[in-house]
Write a protein that binds this ligand. Structure first.
Ligand code: DP6
Length: 360
């Protein structure tokens, strides 16, 4: 279905630039997106903290093609090396967005990209990568159509990023982004992410995320396969309603700063995501023994110290440890001395919540 509001307006503007660069962060969901339909439409609303240190930097450069063609021309460079293996994914993305950015057929592109986090860290780069690429493409459109308002730019950039990777549409802004229609969140939409519009307690300012790299290999289950597992899943309907309810419950918690409730919602969401994979057909266990060791240690630490740390998980074995800034010395020490022993090669990344993408 074509979303007419994002179709290009006719413009006489010309493109002077020959390249543009953006840096875009990764994000970590508190209420998880798991299940989609149609063209990247989520089955339930989600909300994430935008990260800061884990970033993708992308320079998009282009040359005019001599003749207009019906295909796309794109070369992908990752960390300075040509990676033809990534090109089909960008072709597929271009195919999805061409209707909204028709000029992409007129240019031969080079996408030169690098991640601040190690390639083999098990941290997905698709959200930050597609967010950065969408912003670069939108910057081209803005040059051809300078009247475009900042709001229209932001919405369309998130819309375009979503067509590359669903969670990517939550990586442009920060510190909290909602994606997916929710009855109590004004302006929320299935087709782009919005900045969380309500009051947030200062306890969440500069919230910390220690990412524990338990398994740095390739993802065991690709996100496409993973989301597909929710089709005809016995528990899918109740899971989608639960996500809506959990997001409703999170609204007053974000305002009051009630960390006990926050922890309860966030950890339950993470475990539910994994429960969905445990109970799908085919079924997957994406945690590793050390994922559980970390969770048990973290729970013991929380009981003993009363420090309000909690964990969340992506669709993999790595653990995100979330905690307020005021405890960063204690928790960093705990991570370095204890939790890191359960990480592959003792590796972890200290990140914080951030404000979104940056034009370079
Ligand atoms: C478990 O955004 O990677 O991280 O839309 O297929 O690119 P695609 O999926 P993707 O899914 C992310 C799922 C998750 C939860 C979340 O980030 O909300």
């Amino acid at each position: 279905m074509t979303i007419t509001k994002f179709l290009p307006v006719k413009s006489d503007g010309v493109l002077q630039m020959q390249s543009v660069s953006y840096q875009s962060p990764s994000n970590i969901a508190l209420i998880k997106y798991w299940g989609k339909h149609g063209l990247q439409i989520p089955k339930n609303p989600s909300i994430s903290f935008t990260l800061n240190t884990c970033r993708t930097t992308t320079t998009l450069s282009w040359n005019e093609r001599t003749q207009h063609k019906d295909d796309y021309e794109v070369k992908v460079i990752l960390d300075g090396k040509h990676k033809p293996g990534f090109e089909p994914k960008i072709h597929q993305f271009f195919g999805r967005v061409a209707e909204y950015l028709p000029f992409i057929k007129d240019y031969a592109f080079t996408v030169d990209t690098s991640n601040s986090f190690p390639h083999s860290s098990g941290i997905a780069s698709s959200a930050s990568g597609f967010s950065a690429l969408a912003l670069c493409l939108m910057e081209m459109e803005r040059e051809m159509n300078p009247q475009m308002s900042q709001k229209a730019f932001d919405q369309k950039a998130s819309f375009i990023a979503r067509l590359g990777s669903g969670s990517g549409c939550r990586s442009l802004k920060g510190p909290l982004v909602v994606w997916g229609e929710h009855p109590e969140i004004k302006g929320s939409s299935d087709i782009y992410g919005i900045e969380y519009p309500y009051q947030v307690n200062p306890v969440f300012d500069n919230y910390q995320d220690a990412i524990l790299l338990v398994d740095q290999g390739e993802k065991q289950v690709s996100s496409t396969v993973g989301h597909n597992l929710m089709h005809n899943h016995a528990y899918a309907p109740s899971r989608f309603s639960q996500a809506i309810e959990n997001l409703s419950s999170l609204i007053p918690v974000l305002e009051s700063g009630d960390l006990d409730q926050f922890i309860n919602i966030v950890e339950s969401e993470a475990l539910t995501l994994h429960a969905m994979m445990l109970t799908s057909n085919p079924y997957f266990i994406l945690m590793k023994p050390n994922t559980l060791k970390i969770i048990e240690n973290l729970w013991q630490y929380r009981r003993e110290t009363k420090i309000p740390v909690c964990f969340t998980l992506d669709a993999g074995a790595n653990v995100h440890v979330l905690f307020p800034q005021e405890y960063h010395e204690d928790v960093q020490d705990f991570v370095k001395t204890e939790l890191s022993t359960y990480c592959q090669d003792n590796r972890y990344i200290f990140d914080t919540v951030g404000n979104g993408a940056l034009k370079l």
